[in-house]
Design a protein around this ligand. Structure first.
Ligand SMILES: NCc1[nH]cc(CCC(=O)O)c1CC(=O)O
Length: 309
C-alpha cells in the first residue's frame, strides 16, 4: 500500500478541513494510505499582530513551514485555506487541486439583540482583525466601533460572551467546516461585505515534479471553483496585494459566464473603489487582471499602500 503524507497547520479549523480532504481522497483512492502531519507556522506562534507581519512583507506566515516540509519531502500534499496562500508558489511547488468551495461569505455572530449588521445600534462594538473587514465596516456603518479581535475560531466565538464585543465577523467557511454552522446569526450580503479572494476554498499544494501526488490530489479538483478562484486571485495579484490587504473579490459563474466583483477600500472607510467585470468563464484569468488594471487606474494603489502603513 502506498502512503501519502498530508501536511497542515494544527488549528481546529485546519485539522477539520484536512480530515475532510483526506476522507474525499480516500473515496477516490481507497488503496492509498493517508497520514496527516501537523506543522506549526509563524502565524500560529507569533504574538505579533497580523498587520505587523504583513507590513514587514511577510506574506507566507501561514504556509512557509508547510511549504518547506513539502520541499524536503516530509509531506507530499499540503492543505491550505486558499485565502491564506500567497498568489505565487515558491520554485518547485504548485497548487495541484482546488476542491469544491463552501459558502464564501462573511457572517455575523452577535449578543442577544445584536444579530443583524444593519440593525446594530450606533456605537455597537464589532470584533475583527481583518483589514478588509475593518475597511468595509467603516465604509458601511461609520457609527459602529470596530475593535481588534485575533485568535482562532473558538477564541473569537468566546469573545461574544466576554462583554467586550457586541458582535464579531468571521468567514462562514470556518464555522461550516468545524460544524458550528448553528452559531451563525447572519450571512452578510456580498454588497455589504465582499469576501476575501479565495475565501471558503482550499488549495492542495504539491511538489511540481511529484506526478503521483499531483494525480492523487487532482481527483478532487473542482473546475468551476478553480475558475472563480483564478479570477479572484489574478485580481489580487494584479493589484500587487496579498491576503492582508483591504481587498475583497467575489466571482460567480452562471451559464458559463463569470462575473467578478472587486473592492478596494481605505482603512478609514472614507474612500472605496468598487468595480465589476464579466465574460466567458474560460477567460477567468484575464477578467481578474483586467479588473485589477481598471481599479489601479482609479487609484487603488494608494489605498493598498495606506493600509500597509
Ligand atoms: N485568516 C484566517 C482564516 N483563514 C481561513 C479562514 C476561514 C476559512 C476560509 O475562508 O476558507 C480564516 C478565519 C476567518 O477568516 O474567519
Amino acid at each position: 500500500m502506498r502512503t501519502v503524507t498530508v501536511g497542515t497547520r494544527g488549528s481546529a479549523l485546519a485539522l477539520a478541513q484536512t480530515r475532510w480532504v483526506v476522507a474525499r481522497l480516500k473515496e477516490e483512492w481507497p488503496e492509498t494510505d493517508f497520514r496527516i502531519q501537523t506543522i506549526s507556522t509563524k502565524g500560529d506562534r507569533s504574538r505579533e499582530s497580523l498587520g505587523t507581519m504583513a507590513q514587514k512583507g511577510d506574506k507566507g506566515f501561514w504556509v512557509k513551514e508547510i511549504e518547506d516540509a513539502l520541499l524536503q519531502k516530509q509531506v507530499d500534499i499540503a492543505v491550505h485555506s486558499l485565502k491564506d496562500l500567497p498568489t505565487a508558489q515558491p520554485e518547485g511547488l504548485e497548487v495541484s487541486a482546488i476542491p469544491k468551495r463552501v459558502d464564501a461569505r462573511d457572517v455575523l455572530i452577535g449578543r442577544e439583540g445584536m444579530k443583524k449588521l444593519a440593525d446594530l445600534p450606533a456605537g455597537a462594538r464589532i470584533g475583527t482583525s481583518s483589514v478588509r473587514r475593518k475597511a468595509f465596516l467603516r465604509a458601511y456603518r461609520p457609527d459602529l466601533v470596530v475593535k481588534d479581535l485575533r485568535g482562532n475560531i473558538d477564541t473569537r466565538l468566546a469573545a461574544i460572551g466576554g462583554g467586550e464585543y457586541d458582535a464579531i465577523i468571521l468567514a462562514a467557511a470556518g464555522l461550516i467546516r468545524t460544524e458550528q454552522r448553528h452559531r451563525i446569526d447572519e450571512f452578510v450580503a456580498t454588497d455589504i461585505l465582499l469576501p476575501a479572494p479565495g475565501q471558503g476554498a482550499l488549495a492542495l499544494e504539491t511538489r511540481a515534479d511529484d506526478d503521483l501526488s499531483i494525480e492523487v490530489a487532482y481527483a478532487i479538483h473542482d473546475h468551476m471553483t478553480d475558475d472563480r478562484i483564478t479570477a479572484e486571485r489574478e485580481f489580487l495579484a494584479g493589484l500587487g496585494a496579498g491576503c492582508m490587504a483591504p481587498v475583497g473579490a467575489h466571482a460567480t459563474v452562471k451559464g458559463g459566464v463569470l462575473t467578478l466583483e472587486g473592492w478596494v477600500g481605505g482603512i478609514d472607510g472614507r474612500k472605496v473603489i468598487r468595480a465589476e467585470s464579466s465574460g466567458d468563464a474560460t477567460e477567468c484569468a484575464d477578467l481578474g487582471a483586467e479588473l485589477a488594471a481598471d481599479m489601479l487606474a482609479q487609484g487603488a494603489q494608494e489605498l493598498i499602500d495606506a493600509a500597509h502603513g
